[in-house]
Design a protein around this ligand. Structure first.
Ligand code: BG6
Length: 514
């Protein structure tokens, strides 16, 4: 065994931890379980390449791929090279690519086969011995969810859950269970083997620049905080619409549906960042403590309340991007009698001092008119319009829109006088756009998240209690929907969603156009 002295490579910038101790990136051996799957090929391997391209990876970095299919180290290296060439956001530089893929191993076998773990342990040891240092170990579970506890259990049985002289971290993809009970079971089996500090549960939305910008927007500006409460905010709308259908993912999606696929994780995460109290520090636990408080302040509906606060629907045939689009039931491998929702809209309330009484509307769906992820915060109307006698029409409440995609940025609508001799008002937008303000391409969410795993910063990962609090909100809705009889409401592919969603929205409030 090599010396256990840790090498201290240069520190990396962590914008969220400014002022805190910078976290160095220790040399790491990353093992990807499910290394030839879609996630690995499309997202993880290209993200690792882009980190290498930017010089952000630790100087010494090794990769172990593991999957069922038999192949040699060289064949896996070739597969990784091809995936990076096809899916990297920037053109692959062959020199960087070759340097990155120099220290690559492949271990074939099924995830419950003890031999796989023996081989992975041997590869880890060899990397340590060759380099004369002890690498940190990161295990990335890019497998089907059924294998999460199997892999973690085996890591424990083979003593791979800890390592003398270095850190061991395990990354788990979503979904964490399909309901609260399963999530608790999975968390328990993972925490039987690992400490919570070793577990990195991915919600890739947290890796997005624009999502992190919400923290900067709220807590780096004195302007917004005074109005960020029930006294000034009338309602909030969070939208995550997609124009694509389910493609070839019926096997996963039909058992999931929109509520589990997007609301339980990504959308509730957006909500927590929008509503949380300022954390004392941007450390993993301080931030996550505040997020959990928001989730706990959302009262889970009773089964009877679900029909008044949640709407589900499924896309029927229609027209998308000018072309005829199939309905959900005609998609490949979808059972013809499926009642899985491809659209979900909810009305939630965060029942605390800051937010009580402010409706928070969430909606998501596949095959809607366009792809948009945004949060729109509408302020209360002004209490008195002094110049109404001038025939002033067009005065609208101020709206702050945080756009995650497309056209990433922030806009604020304000009432302005239309030039002329009369006092006529209309809303105009003040806008900040990422593209023009920074003139640089944002990294992919996975780049940031893989980097954070290597530097041991769990701020942008979900903690066990957070995931469980998310399921606590969603569980009764799932239950009420699974008990519901009768057909599921429909909307046309390419439309703005089902009419039924209008019933959720109160009084003067309106859904924004998709
Ligand atoms: C994934 C869902 O988590 O997020 C997909 O499983 C969805 O169904 C995707 O398409 C959306 O992510 P993004 O980054 O494209 O908004």
């Amino acid at each position: 065994m090599a010396s256990t002295a840790k090498q201290e490579p240069p520190a990396q910038e962590n914008p969220l931890s400014e002022g805190l101790e910078r976290l160095p990136v220790h040399p790491t051996t990353l093992t990807i379980f499910g290394a030839v799957g879609d996630l690995s090929k499309r997202k993880l391997l290209p993200a690792i390449y882009n980190l290498a391209h930017e010089g952000a990876l630790p100087e010494r970095f090794n990769l172990i791929g593991s999957s069922r299919g038999v192949m040699s180290d060289d064949e896996f290296r070739e597969l990784a090279r091809e995936s990076i060439r096809s899916f990297s956001r920037r053109r692959a530089d062959e020199q960087v690519l070759s340097a990155l893929l120099e220290h690559v191993r492949y271990v074939a076998g099924s995830f419950d086969d003890p031999e796989v773990y023996e081989q992975i342990a041997a590869c880890n040891r060899e990397f340590d011995e060759q380099a004369g240092i002890v690498f940190n170990r990161a295990y990335y579970l890019a497998t089907a969810p059924a294998f999460f506890s199997v892999v973690v259990g085996r890591l424990g049985e083979h003593g791979l859950d800890h390592n003398e002289g270095s850190e061991v971290r395990v990354v788990i993809e979503k979904p964490i269970g399909t309901n609260l009970r399963e999530a608790e079971g999975l968390n328990r089996s993972v925490l039987d083997v690992l400490d919570e500090e070793q577990v990195y549960r991915i919600d890739h939305y947290l890796g997005k620049e624009t999502v992190q910008n919400m923290l900067a927007f709220r807590f780096a500006n004195g302007l917004f905080e005074p109005v960020w409460n029930r006294n000034y905010i009338d309602y909030v709308q969070i939208t995550s619409s997609e124009d694509i259908g389910i493609g070839t993912r019926a096997g996963y999606y039909d058992g999931s549906g929109a509520l589990r696929d997007l609301v339980q994780n990504h959308m509730l995460q957006l909500l927590t960042l929008l509503c949380m109290e300022p954390p004392v520090a941007f450390s993993a636990d301080e931030v996550r403590d505040e997020k959990v408080k928001v989730l706990r302040a959302i009262h889970p509906p009773t089964l009877e309340e679900v029909m008044f606060m949640a709407v589900r629907a499924q896309y029927g045939p229609g027209v998308s991007a000018g072309e005829a689009a199939k309905g959900y039931l005609e998609e490949e491998d979808v059972p013809p009698d499926s009642t899985t929702e491809t659209y979900a809209a909810l009305r939630l309330e965060v029942d605390n001092w800051r937010w009580a009484g402010v409706p928070i509307y969430l909606r998501t769906g596949k095959r809607l008119a366009r792809k948009v992820t945004e949060i729109a915060v509408t302020l209360k109307p002004v209490p008195h319009l002094a110049f109404r006698q001038e025939g002033s029409v067009g005065v609208q409440p101020n709206q702050i829109v945080l756009t995650m995609q497309p056209n990433e940025g922030v806009s604020i609508s304000i009432g302005a006088k239309i030039p002329g001799t009369r006092m006529r008002i209309r809303p105009v937008n003040m806008q900040f756009l990422y593209g023009t303000a920074f003139m640089s391409e944002s990294p992919e969410a996975y780049e940031r998240l893989i980097m954070d795993v290597m530097r041991g910063d769990a701020t942008l990962f979900t903690r066990d209690d957070e995931v469980e609090a998310q399921w606590t909100i969603v569980d009764p809705i799932l239950e009420a929907w699974s008990n519901a009889s009768g057909p599921i409401p429909q909307y046309s592919a390419g439309s703005g969603g089902p009419e039924e969603a209008d019933a959720l929205i109160e009084g003067e409030h309106r859904w924004r156009a998709i």
